[in-house]
Design a protein around this ligand. Structure first.
Ligand SMILES: [Zn+2]
Length: 321
């Protein structure tokens, strides 16, 4: 299986040319033909932005997989700490979200995650999150399945009411013991007393330099090990159990939505092209075209909060509930 070689989380450049080779023959439902660099240079579009056409596929679908990424959270004001202006103090996510950074300075990394946990108290699921949750609930009554596979760690899908969620990159509100491996759900605010009032994001904020024994510790008897956020850091492998379940969903879905992800982080970047290669319709919802856009049958440009509710609204062929 193609995915097996992309189990670790990393940003890959030059993705576009590789992916084209994989899925060149996957456009049967739009009339066929492979995408070439010539097409790209001439600016021709291979995808459709016809919502009525998408809705015909939605009407027929019985198993819908929705891949979501940072873009859907960004519309709720959740900072990503990536790209231009995406800094916490003097750092970006890739500087602090790594095993190496945690080894070198666990206090600093915990301050960063403490800030990210605390900031979520003022953020709410947006119309796209809510539409996905409503759709899952509605279609369940028709024996149709909606599953979210997300790269986000902020729990906004859960707070919106979605039930079928696979969190590829872990969860901001779970901890894992570095000694015994115990995973716990934890929404304490602050997560430990030493972090109270710490984690300010501005560049001139002073590092708290909290002694390691005052950072979050394991509560299991006879352990007391240092806890870390239960999230997948750069250079780490994804949970094999979560990956297996994601692959099962992807292999059996008959419609796929890609919402707010730039499709450059593996393995999620492989998911939608893999589905498209089976001839399954894939619809991308994003505020810009991505390097994978031409791989997909549909592309809807604009905020997810506007386009996703429209795409998933009750159709006239569904039983009114
Ligand atoms: Zn422990």
């Amino acid at each position: 299986m193609l995915l097996s070689s992309f189990r670790s989380c990393k940003v890959v450049t030059g993705f576009q040319s590789g992916i084209r080779g994989c899925i060149g023959a996957s456009f049967g439902f739009l009339g066929g033909g492979s995408v070439t660099n010539m097409d790209q240079m001439s600016g021709s579009k291979r995808y459709s932005s016809d919502m009525a056409e998408f809705r015909k596929h939605f009407d027929k679908a019985s198993h819908i997989v929705v891949l979501t990424g940072a873009g859907i959270s960004a519309e709720s004001g959740v900072p990503t700490f990536r790209g231009a202006g995406g800094f916490w103090r003097r750092w970006q996510a890739q500087d602090l979200a790594s095993p190496n950074a945690f080894r070198k300075n666990p206090s600093l990394v915990w301050e960063f995650y403490h800030y990210r946990r605390e900031v979520m108290a003022s953020k709410e699921p947006n119309k796209a999150h809510l539409a996905l949750a409503e759709c899952e609930e509605r279609l369940k009554k028709q024996n149709r399945r909606v599953v979210i596979i997300t790269q986000n760690i902020d729990e906004l899908h859960k707070r919106a009411g979605s039930k079928n969620i696979l969190e590829l990159h872990g969860n901001l509100f779970k901890t894992r013991c570095t000694q015994c491996g115990d995973v716990q759900y934890n929404r304490d605010s602050p997560i430990c007393s030493a972090l109270a009032g710490k984690g300010a994001p501005d560049p001139e904020a002073e590092d708290a330099r909290i002694p390691v024994d005052q950072l979050p510790r394991c509560k299991k008897p006879d352990c007391g090990g240092l806890l870390r956020p239960h999230v997948v850091w750069f250079g780490e492998s994804l949970d094999s159990n979560v990956m297996r379940r994601a692959e099962e969903e992807l292999d059996s879905c008959d419609l796929c939505l890609v919402v707010g992800t730039s499709s450059v982080v593996y393995p999620a970047a492989m998911f939608a092209p893999q589905v498209a290669s089976r001839g399954v319709p894939v619809a991308e919802f994003n505020i810009e075209e991505t390097s994978a856009t031409d791989s997909f049958g549909f592309h809807f440009l604009g905020p997810a909060g506007e386009n996703v509710p429209q795409a998933l609204a009750l159709t006239e062929n569904e039983p009114a509930t």
